[in-house]
Write a protein that binds this ligand. Structure first.
Ligand SMILES: [Zn+2]
Length: 57
């Protein structure tokens, strides 16, 4: 499954979701209409995965 990277313009949180998941609220700060697709490079995508595991508490 392809994953799409997103970023929140409110809190700058970056994360990724499966391409078939639709949402508009930032999972970190909960703000709506502030999340956009992150067109950054591959490095940022790797950071997304790292941060995801760090937040698994
Ligand atoms: Zn946010």
């Amino acid at each position: 499954m392809e994953r799409i990277s997103y970023k929140c313009n409110k809190c700058k949180y970056r994360f990724s979701r499966k391409a078939d998941i639709k949402f508009s609220v930032c999972p970190y700060c909960g703000t709506g209409n502030c999340v956009e697709i992150d067109t950054g490079d591959t490095a940022s995508r790797i950071l997304d995965e790292v941060s995801k595991y760090e937040r698994m508490d």
